[in-house]
Design a binder for this molecule. Structure first.
Ligand SMILES: [Zn+2]
Length: 512
């Protein structure tokens, strides 16, 4: 419905062009007069500039990889003109918690990502990153993607470098020093911060001192700390306090990953959680969080048993009760027995004539025998908590998914917030939602020239229809593409146009 057209470029009209250009320049004085062929003008857009101010009508000019003008602009001779017909033009969405490490190699066009308007994906969250960082960056530059990427250094990845298979214990002081030194090295190589996943096997054995030492090394390089905290369930408050302590001691800005309250015992406590965070922020802790717009999480089957007694019927029964029941847990992937996939634990137990606890233990044993773990989705958050988090000015939108993710968040997160939370439920205004997808993550990442529409900023852009934008990915069809995202530019180049990728792969690796 929008058209790219080139204004007449016949040589015989040159004089007329010169005349109209002079007029245009007089009417709209600008510091960067366009040269004909190299620029693109997006006209008649509603600008959501990323700052959160109300939408305003305007135009935007792109030259090379930059935005060179924003405001009331007229076409220059020979420049490409894109009539936005009143659609919303926003900075490209920055997904600060993205899982596309493998997908970027096999699917560099990243269709499920750019179709959502994501123009930059931050990889290596939850404590697991590529290693060495320098090699990954070099490989990505050799095989660029359609979108920009950046990478965090993973706490668990580094811990394994130092401790090898002997990680089921607290690290010694020399080991901690070595981990801090490797964090330092990763930051030097271009990582943008440190990530941790303290609910997962390797990270869970660390103590606070180890994390502070590594976070300090990241902070000294201007990095931030992205953390999947130790517990998002009954001990979510203790885990939050540890996170704040790490931020305090290491003087590091924080991104609390996928903020949630994931068990019956903490449901409805979002405002208490928010109060703890607000108090920390008031005394100077630089705390932001990200949140995906779903009531279900996606992880491995072991995370629900916090005491790691996976074969202890009592522990398992307690874990299933905390989730709200065995029907709240769905197996998404399990190589040793694919027949379990896409069924709830309650259903699998019934068809195997076992109790849910017995069935859980059987899946653990089958997984251990094959040296794998079942992927699961847990439907264990409640909407009122998600709403409360989304309404905090320090909460960003992030997917915690990526290319090929088996949870609908991997292909639906950003359009879902715009379609459901903004348009249907009115939880937040459109400019505010855009701010949470653009300038707020850009601030955490220390990228002043991304996440905003302003002269000189990088031309990562999304043009979308605010009346149509909506996710379509579901738990049954997690890869289904959203609708309403019309055009996406990465570094000034069109990568998504009217429902499909253009094939361009202008993505860069953004290092610290
Ligand atoms: Zn996580």
């Amino acid at each position: 419905m929008q058209t790219f057209r080139r204004t007449a470029s016949s040589f015989s009209l040159l004089a007329l062009f010169a005349f109209s250009a002079a007029l245009a320049l007089r009417a709209f004085p600008q510091t960067n007069p366009p040269t004909s062929d190299s620029s693109t003008l997006v006209l008649n857009a509603q600008l959501a500039d990323g700052s959160g101010v109300p939408l305003h009508e305007g135009a935007l000019r792109i030259r090379g990889n930059r935005i060179v003008a924003v405001g009331k602009l007229a076409p220059a001779p020979g420049e490409r003109v894109l009539d936005a017909h009143g659609l919303v033009l926003a900075p490209g969405f920055i997904d600060i918690h993205n899982h596309s490490l493998e997908g970027l190699d096999s699917d560099p066009l990243a269709e499920t990502q750019i179709a959502q308007g994501i123009t930059t994906a931050v990889e290596g969250p939850d404590g697991e990153s590529p290693w060495p960082i320098a090699d990954w960056i070099a490989a990505r530059r050799k095989n660029p993607a359609a979108l920009n990427v950046a990478v965090l250094a993973g706490h668990a990845t580094i811990r394994e470098q130092v401790m090898g298979k002997d990680f089921k214990r607290v690290a010694s002081q020399p080991e901690i020093e070595k981990m801090a030194q490797l964090t330092w090295q990763a930051m030097n190589e271009g990582a943008i911060g440190l990530s941790s996943g303290l609910e997962y096997e390797v990270g869970s054995y660390s103590n606070t001192a180890e994390l502070v030492a590594m976070a300090r090394a990241a902070a000294e390089h201007g990095g931030f700390y992205s953390t999947h905290i130790r517990d998002e369930a009954d001990k979510a408050f203790e885990a939050l306090l540890e996170e704040i302590e790490i931020a305090d001691q290491a003087h590091i800005p924080v991104d609390h990953s996928h903020i949630k309250l994931g068990t019956v015992g903490v449901w409805g406590k979002a405002y208490e959680y928010i109060r703890v965070i607000s108090e920390a922020r008031e005394r100077g802790v630089d705390f932001l969080a990200d949140c995906y717009p779903y009531e279900a999480w996606h992880s491995n089957i072991k995370v629900i048993v916090p005491d790691k007694q996976y074969e202890n019927p009592k522990s398992v029964a307690r874990a299933l009760a905390d989730l709200g029941g065995a029907d709240h847990l769905t197996i998404t992937a399990f190589k040793p027995n694919p027949s379990y996939e896409h069924h709830s634990l309650a259903d699998i137990a019934k068809s195997n004539k076992l109790s849910p606890v017995e069935m859980y233990i059987r899946i653990i044993r089958e997984g251990d025998a094959a040296n794998t773990e079942a992927g699961v989705i847990g439907h264990s958050m409640i909407e009122s908590d998600i709403k409360a988090f989304y309404q905090q000015p320090w909460v960003m939108v992030a997917s915690d998914g990526g290319i090929g993710t088996e949870h609908p968040r991997g292909a639906g997160t950003f359009p879902r917030v715009l379609g459901r939370f903004v348009r249907e439920k009115h939880w937040l205004s459109l400019p505010d939602a855009i701010r949470k997808m653009t300038s707020l993550p850009a601030r955490r990442l220390n990228w002043p020239d991304r996440g905003v529409l302003k002269e000189g900023a990088v031309a990562d852009l999304v043009l979308f229809d605010p009346n149509m934008v909506l996710d379509r990915s579901t738990f049954e069809k997690p890869q289904e593409l959203p609708i309403g995202i019309e055009k996406v530019f990465v570094n000034g180049q069109l990568v998504w146009d009217s429902g499909k990728p253009t094939g361009a792969r202008p993505g860069s690796v953004i290092t610290r």
